[in-house]
Design a protein around this ligand. Structure first.
Ligand code: DX5
Ligand code: ZN
Length: 215
């Protein structure tokens, strides 16, 4: 499986967001990762629908929206209308999971479910036949620039093994603390979509940083 890189703009310079998106696109990133935080599901606030709508026209890459919010169902239509291509919600959020999956599908978008570091893989596995992407958080969600939690590696392997057993072309995305060393570990464990924020946006040469993540 080809490794895809999703650039988390949480670490971009917000005063120059359009330029930062062009930088990620020119550097060879495959997707833009858009972190939405509600100050309730996670102890931080980020940005939401109007920002997505504005930046959508600055960039041709797919937008990979990561909802770290308590009530995802309520906002699916708004993010779909604003230009999301993939929507990932948290298994630990509120609402009927099957209903949320259906809602995202009904808008023609890719569907992902994310798990926090302490949520076992076994809780996500019953859904993998019905989604496109499993997002394994490799830090506690809420902030960029944190250290990678190595105990999450086993979970990636477990999900990949189960997807292969079922013959599913599941994307496994990892998010948090991904840089040139941790990327090798998550790829070896079975991840194929790597989110990276601070490592990419703080790099002098983003194209080189992207290459270093692909391993
Ligand atoms: C954290 C976010 C991440 C964050 C990753 O809750 O979901 O997408 O931006 O940032 P880095 O790559 O700096 O760990
Ligand atoms: Zn994220």
């Amino acid at each position: 499986m080809k490794t895809k890189i999703s650039a988390s703009i949480l670490s971009a310079d917000f005063a120059r967001l359009g330029d930062e998106l062009s930088r990620a696109e020119k550097a060879g990133c495959d997707m833009i990762h858009f972190d939405v935080m509600d100050g309730h599901f996670v102890p931080n606030l980020s940005y939401g629908v109007p920002v997505l709508k504005s930046i959508r026209r600055c960039c041709d890459l797919p937008f990979d929206v990561h909802l770290m919010i308590t009530d995802p169902l309520k906002y699916i239509d708004a993010f779909a209308d604003a230009g999301a291509d993939h929507i990932t919600f948290h298994l630990e959020a509120e609402g009927d999971r099957r209903g949320i999956i259906e809602k995202i599908r009904s808008r023609g978008l890719g569907v992902g479910i994310s798990v926090k570091p302490n949520t076992p893989a076994g809780e996500l596995i019953p859904y993998i036949a019905d989604i496109d992407m499993a997002l394994v958080m490799t830090v506690e969600p809420g902030f960029g620039g944190q250290g990678f939690i190595p105990e999450t590696l086993g979970k990636i392997t477990e999900i990949r093994r189960e997807a292969e057993r079922l013959g599913l072309p599941l994307d496994i995305e990892v998010d948090g603390g991904i840089g040139k060393n941790t990327s090798k570990k998550v790829i070896a464990a079975g991840a194929n979509v790597l989110v990276s924020g601070s490592y990419l946006f703080k790099s002098e040469d983003m194209a080189e940083a992207v290459r270093s993540l692909r391993g």
